[in-house]
Design a protein around this ligand. Structure first.
Ligand SMILES: [Zn+2]
Ligand SMILES: [Zn+2]
Length: 337
């Protein structure tokens, strides 16, 4: 019998079809090798002038901005989806509404090494990425026009990545996007009724059940959510309640880096180098939502793109998942890294 599970955070449903249940090797694909021409890559040492000037970098002592010597470098996107120009304005066009395309779109060049991908990074290298994200969150949120800052990483073609050199992106928007608004409204509803944070309860429940946990350290827990929309989806979440990613401290950053290293390596190994997205969910900025610090709980999701979202998903907002999280977590847990 298929099963329909309620996804509380998205306020939608996920169909788990047991008949179509798949094991990791069913998802294997030919790994792509579109490495490109290294010399022409805009993210190489010596090609710093091929990107807009950097807005943040961690560099070797004594090296100048926009020259080699960086370990990680953040630049505005050359072809930004949104720009911090003109004021943020709303306009009515007859029946329709539009806004000026105000916002930020930045690229984090995660390493100078063209061939190194996140699952090969050291804990220290992942930490540099976290430091950069935190810095950009703190800087961008000073702009009162900005309401949400989305960090994301696309790895592999199926996940929307067009450049081989390891990088991720930040898009800051002047409105709270729907997925975020839905989560906030769901978490708020739970808090009003139960007087506690839903995700803190979910962590407690996952620990008690111990059916979907993949990894745990002092500060973070990683599990395949009960209502996963993608096969092998993993959530990495702080055990201690916190509504904002940018409140993370040094020690927690080390533990998060360790968790991300383990999970990305396990996914790489178990699914044979799949495409994936990494998404950070955190608090909106420059908005007053009562009690949000109590009911919002930030987390990171790693979403392998082994299933294709198609007509049914677009038409209904429901999802079909072909691997139960109880099985996915087991496969990931058992992979020896
Ligand atoms: Zn490169
Ligand atoms: Zn919480």
């Amino acid at each position: 019998m298929p099963e329909i599970r309620y996804n509380f955070l998205k306020d939608t449903y996920v169909i788990f079809s047991a008949e179509r249940a798949k094991r990791p090797h069913d998802y294997f694909r030919e790994p792509e090798a579109e490495i490109g021409i290294v010399e022409k890559c805009p993210f190489e040492y010596g090609n710093e002038d091929k990107t807009p000037p950097e807005v943040f970098a961690i560099r070797e002592k004594g090296t100048k901005p926009n020259t080699p010597g960086w370990k990680i470098r953040v630049v505005p996107n050359k072809y930004p989806a949104l720009k911090p120009e003109d004021n943020f304005l709303e306009k009515q066009e007859g029946l329709f509404k539009k806004f000026t395309g105000y916002g930020y779109h930045e690229i984090i060049i995660e390493t100078p090494d063209h061939f190194k991908q996140i699952y090969n990074f050291s804990v220290e290298e992942i930490k540099l990425l976290l430091i950069s994200i935190k810095n950009r969150f703190q800087e961008i949120s000073k702009d009162k026009n900005i309401k949400y800052i989305q960090y994301f990483k696309n790895y592999g073609k199926e996940a929307g990545c067009s450049l081989f050199h390891s990088h991720s992106q930040i898009i800051a928007t002047p409105l709270i996007p729907k997925e975020v608004a839905t989560k906030i409204s769901q978490l708020k509803g739970f808090y009003k009724k139960e007087k506690s944070c839903y995700l803190c309860k979910e962590i407690d429940f996952e620990l008690k059940e111990n059916k979907r946990i993949v990894y745990e350290n002092e500060s973070f827990i990683a599990y395949c959510p009960y209502y996963s929309i993608f096969p092998f989806e993993v959530r990495v979440i702080p055990k201690k309640h916190s509504n904002r990613f940018d409140n993370i401290n040094e020690k927690e950053m080390t533990f998060l880096s360790k968790a991300l290293k383990v999970i990305t390596q396990k996914i790489y190994k178990t699914l044979n180098n799949p495409a994936f997205n990494i998404i950070l969910y955190t608090n909106p900025v420059n908005t007053d939502i009562e009690h949000i610090e109590k009911f919002n709980h930030w987390y990171i999701e790693i979403l392998p793109r082994v299933n294709i979202m198609a007509g049914f998903e677009f038409g209904t907002g429901w999802y079909i998942n072909t691997t139960y999280p109880e099985d996915a977590s087991q496969f990931l847990k058992e992979s020896d890294i």
